[in-house]
Design a protein around this ligand. Structure first.
Ligand SMILES: C[S@@+](CC[C@H](N)C(=O)[O-])C[C@H]1O[C@@H](n2cnc3c(N)ncnc32)[C@H](O)[C@@H]1O
Length: 257
């Protein structure tokens, strides 16, 4: 019985490098012709007709209009919409920690029609990028940095101006601003700050206020270079006898028992 390594070296002897390369390219082409989704780190042949659901299409286009995203993030946005919609029927308010220009928050707001309810949607951010001192040496080595964000406060105020009954903008650094969320019951939290320390601080602060069945959605959990965030949330979950569900979108899903 030949080992994998032996079989590989036989193939290498029989087929010249140029032919192997050609076959590889052809195979890749064939494999790629059947994809239904190719964006945001995912190539998939799964059904993703949700992209064309009118309700999602409208919400996504409103989110995209904020100029938050470099490329498209349909599947990530859809997961967030799905989770938020489920939490709409729970008691408690919505929170996003890490908002930037409000792309995901706007998508969720429109998809759930949250403004037709009495719920509040608290949006917490410096609106000016990450806080350098919160990024650990390990995170820096993994490629996390504070650069790349400009002040977007006035744009965000304009974006959510017509939703003032529902949206509460909270400007400043987490954890200092957490106490400004004047709600004792939270149903849905989206966490997306690219940095473990403020993310864990937010999760720990809101956990006692999160209702049973409430959801924490982690945007960065499985992304390359986000190992500090992943390890921190795995520890957070373990301490509470639960597990984070890793999604192929790179997101992590926590449901409070
Ligand atoms: C990736 S962006 C959020 C994107 C947004 N969730 C979306 O998809 O539309 C990360 C945001 O986290 C914010 N942030 C990072 N550290 C923070 C902290 N300690 N306090 C408040 N905001 C913070 C940054 O200002 C930045 O706007």
């Amino acid at each position: 019985m030949k080992t994998k390594k032996e079989k590989k070296s036989i193939l290498q002897t029989i087929l010249p490098a140029w032919l192997r390369d050609k076959i590889k390219k052809q195979l890749f082409k064939i494999l790629l012709t059947n994809y239904t989704y190719k964006q945001d780190g995912i190539i998939s042949e799964m059904n993703c007709e949700f992209i064309n659901y009118p309700k999602f299409k409208l919400a996504y286009s409103m989110g995209k209009k904020t100029g938050s995203w470099g490329g498209d993030i349909h599947w990530r946005a859809y997961v967030a919409c799905w989770a938020a919609q489920l939490c709409k029927f729970k008691s408690g308010d919505f929170v996003e920690c890490g908002v930037n220009r409000g792309g995901l928050a706007m998508t969720i707001l429109i998809y759930t029609n949250l403004f037709e309810t009495n719920k509040k949607f608290y949006l917490l951010d410096t609106f000016n990028g990450l806080i350098e001192s919160q990024i650990t040496e390990r995170e820096k080595k993994l490629g996390i940095h504070a650069k790349g964000y400009s002040d977007c406060w006035y744009d965000v105020c304009n974006t959510f101006n017509s939703f003032s009954k529902t949206v509460r903008l909270v400007r400043g650094g987490i954890p200092d601003t957490l106490r400004l969320v004047d709600s004792n019951q939270i149903a849905f939290i989206s966490i997306d700050m690219n940095c473990a320390a403020p993310e864990i601080a937010a999760a720990e602060y809101f956990w006692p206020r999160l209702v049973s069945g409430g959801i924490i959605l982690l945007d960065d959990y499985g992304w390359p270079g986000r190992l500090v965030q992943k390890n921190s949330f795995d520890k957070f979950a373990k301490e509470r006898n639960i597990e984070v569900l890793a999604l192929p979108t790179g997101q992590g899903l926590i449901i409070k028992p």
